[in-house]
Design a protein around this ligand. Sequence first.
Ligand code: 4NP
Length: 167
Amino acid sequence: MSSINSVKICFVCLGNICRSPLAQGVFETLMTKENFQDLVHIESAGTGNWHVGKPPDKRMQTTAGKNGVTMNSRARQFQPEDFDRFDLVIAMDQANLMDLSALCPPSIAEKKLRLFRSFDPENLSAKPLDVPDPYYGGDEGFDNVFNIVHRTSPKILEFIKTNYLNT
Ligand code: 4NP
């Protein structure tokens, strides 16, 4: 009988009120649909602390809701010890990735830290791409974040299945 491991992942953006909680909600919805909810533990966090304790941004919640995704998180700031708690830490943009790299040794960054759009099936260039920060823009920025996160999440699940779960 093959053993099945579980995996803990954390999505990280700047404020933890738009992009990373959306990624958390979309991924939770996908895990439930695929019946992986007991094997994959999902959280999100921000590199900054301005919004700690707050629910997700209303505009992001509206975009998520109209696509059937509920967002239940409260903002928290990523702590260096979180690298011990999580198997995989996924940064939404390159600034987040750099800030997170500064919180752990290079060996841990290499093993656990990834850029969200490195999994994007529509990122066909070798260039690293960001999930753009929608906070100071219009509604179309929130729709764009949803589209990127929605098409990329199944690719992240494939990566998790291959590298962490004996499925
Ligand atoms: P997030 O968006 O990093 O996707 O949660 C932001 C939220 C708040 C701010 C910036 C980005 N802010 O400057 O307060």
